[in-house]
Design a protein around this ligand. Structure first.
Ligand code: ADP
Length: 248
């Protein structure tokens, strides 16, 4: 989140945003599962201007052994942004932001993956942002959930994430780049669609308690739109697999 600019009209008087969306609309989103043949599970996602690819490996034995947990698997997430993913070339390699995002995504999946089924194991999730346009942590988590399901990793439910925020006194869903840069607040929210639990909740900027409640409700409702696209991607993938097995 950049410096808020109260003079920049990000939402007009009719409540329409710079890209023509209403407050409660998400950007166009598409997901394809099973795009990488050497990974155990994978997915590719496009969401607004974001392009994200995810590969899942495992469950396998965690090495070195000193990192093993005797009663469960460890979900290891590596979120990275390619040097060419932003308008200014991003310095390649891990930085504090990518470590933070990797950790919050890993924490979200630790709550959802049935890790106790794989003691001493590791499940590796590698997410690469090829093009970034705000909301990449939500895009990465959403893409990773499909890749984990594609890998057949048992989970308590499918999870997705989308941000809500505040611009020009409007509470809006799924911030685009200008809204993220010049708006007042950004609230990424991840939801487990089976249990209804919140699995990711962060906040950048300022919201009153009433605004926070409104933004949270908007993000939770927005996640219903996102999970629909995840489910369609998985249905398509499993139908394609079944068709291939019938031919063989
Ligand atoms: P998120 O991508 O989850 O919204 P941030 O709020 O940290 O996370 O970043 C907002 C947006 O700012 C990113 O999606 C990306 O478009 C841009 N951005 C982030 N880091 C950099 C960077 N190092 N260089 C240029 N742009 C960046």
């Amino acid at each position: 989140m950049g410096v808020p600019d109260p003079n920049k009209e990000l939402v007009n008087k009719k409540g329409i945003r710079l890209d023509g969306r209403k407050a409660d609309q998400i950007r166009p989103i598409s997901i394809e599962a099973g795009v990488l043949h050497r990974a155990d599970g994978s997915a590719y996602l496009e969401w607004g201007g974001n392009k994200v690819i995810c590969a899942v490996y495992g469950p396998r034995e965690l090495n070195p052994k000193r990192f093993q947990e005797s009663d469960k698997a460890v979900v290891q997430v590596r979120y990275g942004m390619s040097a060419f993913s932003t308008s200014d070339r991003k310095r390649p390699g891990p930085d504090r932001r990518s470590q933070e995002i990797s950790k919050v995504i890993a924490d979200a999946f630790e709550n959802v993956v049935l890790t106790e089924k794989f003691p001493r194991g590791a499940i590796d999730v590698q997410v690469q942002v090829l093009e970034a346009a705000a909301g990449t942590r939500c895009a990465a988590l959403t893409c990773a959930a499909v890749a984990l399901a594609d890998a057949g990793i048992p989970m308590k439910g499918l999870i997705s994430a989308v941000a809500a925020g505040k611009c020009n006194d409007h509470i809006i869903l799924d911030l685009m780049q200008e809204e993220d840069n010049y708006g007042n607040a950004d609230l990424p929210v991840g939801v487990n669609h089976t249990t209804g639990e919140i699995v990711l909740l962060q906040m950048d900027g300022h919201l009153s308690p009433a605004e926070f409640e409104k933004a949270l409700d908007l993000a939770v409702a927005g996640n219903q739109q996102v999970v629909q696209v995840q489910r369609e991607a998985l249905m398509k993938r499993f139908h394609a697999t079944l068709d291939a097995q019938e031919v063989a």
